[in-house]
Design a protein around this ligand. Structure first.
Ligand SMILES: Cc1cc2nc3c(=O)[nH]c(=O)nc-3n(C[C@H](O)[C@H](O)[C@H](O)COP(=O)(O)OP(=O)(O)OC[C@H]3O[C@@H](n4cnc5c(N)ncnc54)[C@H](O)[C@@H]3O)c2cc1C
Ligand SMILES: NC(=O)c1ccc[n+]([C@@H]2O[C@H](COP(=O)([O-])OP(=O)(O)OC[C@H]3O[C@@H](n4cnc5c(N)ncnc54)[C@H](O)[C@@H]3O)[C@@H](O)[C@H]2O)c1
Length: 445
């Protein structure tokens, strides 16, 4: 389409922020190049969501079997760490090639190597420069390094997901998504886990009484939580890794640093070309356009208010496809973005939070739902769980949060009611599949 440039659109990075939009754009006849210096598909398939949920599936299956002891099942299966990791590898190792094939079949050129912006329309990879009418930066994020001596003795989430030998004792630094999800997998597998919390709050963005439920369940798996910890250094003495902190020393044979994932803004030529960014990521307008008109950004590398999650990266990538192909010229309009913490039990939430309700108490009404009495959950002996449904003054559902073993599916089911502001009459005018968790969740609205 462009005669002036080699490509219509060049993407830097090949994760969900790229391929979900690049493939349909190429199918429309746009000439696309995708530059990648790691595994095709980026974080989510290879070392994020997909990899994590595979390991988690074994722990949740074991949990379900435990709950059903004496109700038709006898004997608790043991988790074999090595087999679990190998099974995960078998499933996910197919993904880079599969995603790469989807791109090349759509006519996309895959360019392997580390790319760096040269000017408003070009990226250099090795000695070669590629030019494009538009550039999309979708370089994702990386694990934060701790600025303390001995940091090199710690491991990150990617290491955890590929760890072949189960640690006997693991210290986790941080108490966000990755810290708690991985603490859950390790503790369910029999590792003694200590979580060092920076403050006295875990999973800050989630409803704290529900977070307490999760922490208590983790404590039942013998996970120890230590609050207000400042790691000061890490030392190796014989077989012990010792995290020295303001609260004393913590010994383990493996240390997971799960202290966040800053955006990949360094070393990609942003300063040289003058693209604005800050410590949260690349700054864009409501069309995902940077201050340089030909350069856009999508995914985790963005400074954005919505969660840095796979579905938001996909949404942004697909929005850019519509923008570039003239389907829309409107601003990006995010729907309600759900998020879940994949511990046992899960916490999931979407829309207006309970905290927002508490600061605007005359605006919303909260309905508490005790899920322990929900008959469908009794099929799995799930005897704990609560959800909070938040309604506005017109009786329209505007938010929900749930802690339960099936919270992610429950919240997923009710998304349309929130996004499309369904009235109670419209909600009633819906027939769900029965018996399913979806029908149970819908019936509570
Ligand atoms: C352990 C873990 C678990 C997660 N679990 C979930 C979950 O359950 N649900 C969820 O919604 N989200 C989850 N996430 C977040 C999700 O993975 C990300 O939001 C998503 O992958 C972001 O996609 P992206 O395309 O923006 O970035 P990435 O997928 O990170 O892609 C960026 C790509 O750019 C490449 N790159 C970077 N710099 C260059 C360069 N200079 N030249 C060439 N290539 C470059 C990188 O190699 C990478 O492949 C998880 C993340 C992690 C780490
Ligand atoms: N289920 C999911 O959707 C899911 C799962 C994993 C990751 N993710 C994505 O990946 C991102 C990164 O996850 P994460 O768990 O690394 O980040 P996070 O922001 O959720 O948690 C970071 C944790 O590190 C702590 N911390 C920060 N600096 C510290 C320091 N110097 N010392 C000790 N502790 C410190 C914070 O207090 C917090 O508890 C998430 O924000 C999310 O976007 C999503």
């Amino acid at each position: 389409m462009s005669n002036e440039f080699e490509y219509d659109v060049l993407y830097l990075g090949s994760g969900h922020g790229t391929f979900n939009g690049a493939i349909p754009l190429a199918s429309k006849g746009f000439k696309i190049g995708v530059i990648e210096d790691g595994l095709i598909g980026g974080t989510c398939p290879n070392r994020g969501c997909n990899a994590k949920i595979l390991l988690d599936m074994i722990t949740t299956t074991q949990h379900d079997v435990k709950e059903l002891q004496g109700s038709g099942l006898a004997g608790i299966p043991e988790i074999n760490w090595k087999d679990n990791v190998e099974h995960k590898d078998e499933v996910i190792q197919l993904l880079p090639e599969a995603i790469g094939n989807m791109m090349t079949n759509a006519g996309i050129d895959l360019i392997y190597g580390k790319g760096k912006l040269v000017d408003d329309h070009s990226i250099k990879v090795g000695n070669k420069e590629y030019s494009a009418d538009k550039i999309v930066i979708a370089t994702g994020a990386h694990y934060r390094k701790l600025d303390i001596s001995g940091n090199e003795l710690t491991h990150d989430g990617t290491d955890f997901l590929s760890l072949k030998n189960q640690p006997e004792r693991m210290t986790v630094i941080g108490s966000g998504y990755i810290a708690l999800e991985f603490a859950n997998i390790a503790a369910a597998s029999g590792t003694k886990v200590t979580v060092l919390m920076h403050h006295d709050v875990a999973l800050r963005k989630f409803y704290q009484p529900f977070v307490k439920v999760v922490l208590n369940k983790l404590a039942e798996l013998d996970v120890k939580f230590v609050t207000n910890v400042n790691p000061q250094s890490i030392e190796k003495i014989d077989d012990d890794l010792i995290v020295k902190t303001n609260q004393g020393d913590f010994k383990a044979d493996w240390v997971l640093n799960a202290t966040g994932r800053p955006a990949n803004v360094e070393g990609i030529g942003l300063d040289e070309v003058g693209v604005k960014y800050n410590h949260q990521g690349i700054e864009v307008n409501d069309h995902l356009q940077t201050n340089i008109p030909s350069i856009y950004a999508a995914g985790d590398v963005l400074d954005k208010k919505v969660g840095k999650l796979t579905p938001t990266a996909i949404f942004e990538s697909e929005y850019l496809t519509d923008l570039f192909s003239g389907v829309t010229d409107k601003s990006i309009d995010y729907p309600a973005v759900p998020s879940a913490v994949f511990t046992t039990p899960r916490i999931a939430q979407v829309g207006i939070s309970v905290d927002e309700d508490e600061t605007n108490s005359n605006k919303y009404t909260i309905k508490d739902v005790d899920l322990a009495t929900d008959w469908f959950r009794m099929t799995k002996n799930e005897n704990e769980g609560t959800s909070k449904l938040i309604y506005d003054n017109h009786g329209v559902l505007v938010g929900a949060t749930e802690v339960s073993d099936q919270a992610e599916d429950s919240i997923s089911t009710i998304l349309p009611a929130i996004e499309y502001q369904l009235t109670p009459k419209q909600i009633k005018h819906m027939i769900s599949l029965f018996p399913t968790i979806g029908s149970e969740s819908w019936s509570k609205l």
